[in-house]
Design a protein around this ligand. Structure first.
Ligand code: SF4
Ligand code: MG
Length: 286
C-alpha cells in the first residue's frame, strides 16, 4: 500500500499542467511536502479533496494528482467546510496563500477556527500577492526593522496568533526550505481531529527580496523539546518569547488534546438531509 500510494502521489499532474511557478519558488517545497504527507498517510486520491486558493499558490491543486476544487478568491475555507459537512469521510486539505487567507478570506479563517471542523489548512505564506506582481499582503513586513505601520502599510498579521485567539485546536509552523519537516507538520495536522493550521513560510523569490531562504534560515528555530503544546498559555508564552528574540518557531505550537465529537461542532450532517425535499427551495432559486 505505501508503495502504491507513493507512486500515485508522485505522478503529479505536470504532464497535463505545466508547472508555472518561478524557479526556486517556495511552493515547490510545499508540493513535495504535500506529496510526502499524503503518501505517509496512505491516502488515495479518492479519499482526499484538495481545495486551492487563488494566486500562484493556488496552482498547487493542478500539480497534485488528486481531486481538487477552487472557487472565488478568499472562499477556499468556506468550500472546504461545506465539503466536509457533506462528506465527513473525506480528508479535506486546503492549500492557500496569505493574501487569500488573511485579506479577502479572513472572515472564513476566523470562523473556521471557531467551528473547528476536521479540515487542514496550509497557508503558503510569502508576504506578497505574487501572481499580481508583488503587492504587500497582510503578512508583509515580517521581521523588517524599518516597517512602520502607515495608511499604505497597515500592521502585520500573524495567522498563528489569530488562530490561537479564535479557538483553533492545532497550530504548527513550517518552512518550505525544509520540506521533510513541512510534510511532518501536514501529517500531524491531518491526523488531528479538528481544525488544523500549518503556517508555512514559502519564499517568493521574485517579489519578496527581504524574506529570502537565507533570511528564513537565519531566523527559524525549532520549538523547544520541553514545550507543552497542550497548554494554551505555554503556546502564548512561546510565541511571545520567539518574537522578543526575533525568531520564528518551527513545529507544533498548540495542539488541544481533547477530542470533542465532530457532530457536536458542526451544524449539519448528510443524514440530516436524508429524505429532505429540496425541490421547493430549488424552485425558488430558478
Ligand atoms: Fe512563486 Fe513568487 Fe514566482 Fe509566484 S511570483 S511563482 S509566489 S516566486
Ligand atoms: Mg502570498
Amino acid at each position: 500500500m505505501p508503495e502504491a500510494t507513493k507512486s500515485v502521489w508522485e505522478q503529479n499532474a505536470a504532464p497535463r499542467h505545466r508547472i508555472q511557478w518561478c524557479p526556486g519558488c517556495g511552493d515547490y517545497g510545499l508540493l513535495n511536502a504535500a506529496k510526502a504527507a499524503l503518501t505517509t498517510l496512505e491516502l488515495t486520491p479518492s479519499e482526499v479533496l484538495l481545495v486551492g486558493g487563488i494566486g500562484c499558490s493556488g496552482q498547487i491543486r493542478n500539480y497534485l494528482n488528486g481531486n481538487s476544487f477552487y472557487g472565488t478568491h478568499g472562499g477556499a475555507l468556506a468550500y472546504a467546510l461545506g465539503a466536509k459537512m457533506a462528506n465527513p469521510e473525506l480528508t479535506v486539505l486546503v492549500m492557500a496563500g496569505d493574501g487569500d487567507t488573511l485579506a479577502i478570506g479572513i472572515e472564513n479563517f476566523v470562523h473556521i477556527c471557531r467551528r473547528d471542523p476536521d479540515v487542514t489548512l496550509v497557508i503558503m505564506n510569502n508576504g506578497v500577492y505574487g501572481l499580481t506582481k508583488g503587492q504587500d499582503s497582510p503578512s508583509a513586513g515580517l521581521g523588517q526593522p524599518n516597517w512602520k505601520p502607515s495608511e499604505e502599510h497597515p500592521p502585520f498579521i500573524d495567522p498563528v496568533e489569530i488562530a490561537l485567539a479564535c479557538g483553533a485546536t492545532f497550530i504548527a509552523q513550517s518552512f518550505s526550505g525544509d520540506p521533510k519537516h513541512a510534510s511532518q507538520m501536514i501529517v500531524e495536522g491531518v491526523r488531528h481531529r479538528g481544525f488544523a493550521l500549518v503556517n508555512d513560510f514559502s519564499p517568493c523569490v521574485t517579489y519578496n527580496k527581504f524574506n529570502t531562504y537565507d533570511w528564513f534560515r537565519a531566523h527559524v528555530e525549532a520549538v523547544p523539546a520541553d514545550h507543552d503544546p497542550s497548554s494554551k498559555d505555554a503556546a502564548r508564552d512561546l510565541i511571545q518569547d520567539f518574537r522578543r528574540r526575533e525568531k520564528l518557531p518551527l513545529g507544533i505550537i498548540y495542539r488541544n488534546p481533547r477530542a470533542k465529537p465532530e457532530a457536536k461542532r458542526l451544524p449539519m450532517w448528510p443524514q440530516e438531509l436524508e429524505g429532505a425535499d429540496i425541490e421547493p427551495l430549488l424552485e425558488r432559486l430558478r
